[in-house]
Ligand binder design. Structure first.
Ligand code: SIN
Length: 284
């Protein structure tokens, strides 16, 4: 496809938030064009750039322009030769999976179990099924704003305990964590409502799978609260649904969104995605 270089334009996505940038070849864009893309990302929570042709080096260099990259917790699923590119795939080579399949199913925000969770995540689609496998991204600033005033008052200041080990243990068929992996992922407390570092807007900050406790609540109360808030924040009115085409770049801002992958017919279709994350700051 012809790509117009250096004349980027901004377009609304088919959803309640997020933007598409057109007219950019991200593997080879000038500093001015990159600044345009970065500004769009920082203001809109979700960003799409279609029609890219990126080798792993170009994708890595594009991601690294946003800031230092975040290492993955489970290095065994990264691309040989690039420990920052995580492979989401149901493709097998010589009978062996070359990536993780269905990893991101269930609403979550990436690596909430880290003291400084990643600012953002980039997915790049190499092989995409013609149906299914959409990625959904929910705007947790808009969801927070839409909460009843009594909820906002009750939730501000509440702390949540996030646990990678609990998430890992809940997944079937995963190799047990090594002592080094356990030592690198202690449980961590974060605010349930965080402020976006760019403009101070408040966002719900939680996910399914990693929340081990909520300050001042029994386990059952904590579980009910988390599912109630996630259900609220992931109503259609807050969600952008990304329908994949090969060559798509999808980015989301982990400071103000939740996301989930969705299932597809993995007997009929292959899916192969490269994922990188950029480092963030401690939520406040
Ligand atoms: C993820 O949660 O990082 C992946 C989502 C997807 O595979 O669509």
């Amino acid at each position: 496809m012809d790509t117009v270089i250096d004349r980027p334009t901004l377009h609304r996505l088919d959803g309640p938030f997020g933007v598409e940038v057109r007219g950019v070849a991200v593997g080879d864009c000038s500093d001015d064009v990159f600044a345009f893309v970065d500004d769009a990302f920082q203001h809109h929570g979700a960003l799409v750039i279609r029609g890219q042709q990126l080798d792993p080096g170009q994708l890595h260099r594009f991601a690294a322009r946003f800031g230092p990259l975040e290492a993955h917790t489970l290095q065994q699923y990264t691309l040989p030769g690039d420990p920052f590119i995580y492979v989401l795939s149901n493709i097998e080579v010589d009978g062996r999976p070359i990536g993780v399949h269905n990893e991101g199913i269930g609403w979550h925000t990436d690596l909430t179990y880290k003291r400084r969770p990643p600012m953002s995540t980039i997915l790049y689609g190499l092989v995409c099924p013609p149906e299914g496998s959409d990625t959904l991204v929910a705007d947790t600033c808009a969801a927070y704003e839409a909460l009843p005033a009594a909820d906002k008052a009750a939730l501000d200041g509440v702390k949540v305990l996030h646990s990678f080990q609990m998430l890992h243990d809940s997944r079937v068929g995963r190799a047990p964590l090594t002592p080094e992996q356990k030592a690198a992922t202690p449980d961590v407390w974060h605010p349930l409502v965080r402020r976006h570092p760019r403009d101070g807007r408040k966002a719900l900050y939680l996910g399914t799978g990693t929340v081990k406790a909520v300050e001042g609540m029994t386990q059952e109360e904590a579980r009910r609260l988390v599912f109630r808030l996630v259900d609220f924040a992931t109503q259609e009115r807050f969600v952008y649904r990304h329908k994949w085409q090969a060559g798509d770049v999808l980015m989301w801002d982990n400071r103000c969104t939740l996301h989930t992958g969705t299932l597809f017919d993995d007997v009929r279709y292959k899916r192969h995605i490269h994922r990188l994350m950029m480092q963030g700051t401690e939520p406040v």
